[in-house]
Design a protein. Sequence first.
Length: 80
Amino acid sequence: MAKGIAQEEVLEEVFKATPHLLKFPVGKMWIDYDKEADVLYISFKRPQKATDSEMLENGILLRYKDDELVGITVLEASKR
Protein backbone atom coordinates (compact mmCIF):
# COMPACT_ATOMS: atom_id res chain seq x y z
CA MET A 1 0.00 0.00 0.00
CA ALA A 2 2.70 2.53 0.96
CA LYS A 3 4.68 1.74 -2.19
CA GLY A 4 1.63 2.51 -4.34
CA ILE A 5 0.99 5.81 -2.53
CA ALA A 6 4.62 6.89 -2.87
CA GLN A 7 4.58 5.97 -6.56
CA GLU A 8 1.41 8.02 -7.12
CA GLU A 9 2.97 11.03 -5.37
CA VAL A 10 6.11 10.82 -7.53
CA LEU A 11 4.06 10.52 -10.71
CA GLU A 12 1.93 13.50 -9.70
CA GLU A 13 5.06 15.63 -9.27
CA VAL A 14 6.44 14.45 -12.62
CA PHE A 15 3.17 15.38 -14.33
CA LYS A 16 3.29 18.85 -12.75
CA ALA A 17 6.86 19.39 -13.96
CA THR A 18 6.39 18.01 -17.49
CA PRO A 19 4.92 21.16 -19.14
CA HIS A 20 7.80 23.22 -17.73
CA LEU A 21 10.48 20.75 -18.82
CA LEU A 22 9.11 20.74 -22.36
CA LYS A 23 9.78 24.50 -22.59
CA PHE A 24 13.54 24.01 -22.20
CA PRO A 25 15.56 24.79 -25.35
CA VAL A 26 17.04 21.27 -25.53
CA GLY A 27 15.79 17.73 -25.93
CA LYS A 28 18.24 16.14 -23.48
CA MET A 29 19.25 17.30 -20.04
CA TRP A 30 20.81 15.90 -16.89
CA ILE A 31 19.53 16.89 -13.47
CA ASP A 32 21.48 16.43 -10.25
CA TYR A 33 20.47 17.56 -6.77
CA ASP A 34 22.94 17.97 -3.90
CA LYS A 35 20.68 17.69 -0.85
CA GLU A 36 23.38 18.69 1.62
CA ALA A 37 24.18 21.91 -0.27
CA ASP A 38 20.55 22.32 -1.45
CA VAL A 39 21.73 22.99 -4.99
CA LEU A 40 20.04 21.80 -8.19
CA TYR A 41 22.20 21.38 -11.28
CA ILE A 42 20.59 21.23 -14.73
CA SER A 43 23.04 20.46 -17.53
CA PHE A 44 22.28 20.66 -21.23
CA LYS A 45 25.63 19.18 -22.25
CA ARG A 46 27.56 16.19 -20.87
CA PRO A 47 30.24 16.66 -19.78
CA GLN A 48 29.51 20.27 -18.98
CA LYS A 49 32.45 22.46 -19.90
CA ALA A 50 31.37 25.97 -19.02
CA THR A 51 33.75 28.78 -19.85
CA ASP A 52 31.69 31.58 -18.30
CA SER A 53 28.86 32.06 -15.85
CA GLU A 54 26.38 34.73 -14.86
CA MET A 55 24.79 35.02 -11.41
CA LEU A 56 21.25 36.38 -11.47
CA GLU A 57 19.77 38.29 -8.54
CA ASN A 58 17.36 35.44 -7.74
CA GLY A 59 20.09 32.88 -6.89
CA ILE A 60 20.25 31.30 -10.33
CA LEU A 61 23.62 30.74 -11.97
CA LEU A 62 23.62 30.53 -15.78
CA ARG A 63 26.57 28.57 -17.19
CA TYR A 64 27.85 29.19 -20.70
CA LYS A 65 30.37 27.68 -23.08
CA ASP A 66 31.24 30.61 -25.29
CA ASP A 67 27.77 32.04 -26.14
CA GLU A 68 25.83 28.78 -25.65
CA LEU A 69 23.87 28.14 -22.44
CA VAL A 70 25.09 24.73 -21.20
CA GLY A 71 23.60 24.64 -17.72
CA ILE A 72 21.70 26.23 -14.89
CA THR A 73 22.51 26.02 -11.18
CA VAL A 74 19.73 26.75 -8.69
CA LEU A 75 20.87 27.77 -5.22
CA GLU A 76 18.59 27.05 -2.21
CA ALA A 77 16.55 24.83 -4.55
CA SER A 78 14.22 23.42 -1.87
CA LYS A 79 12.99 26.95 -1.03
CA ARG A 80 11.78 27.68 -4.57
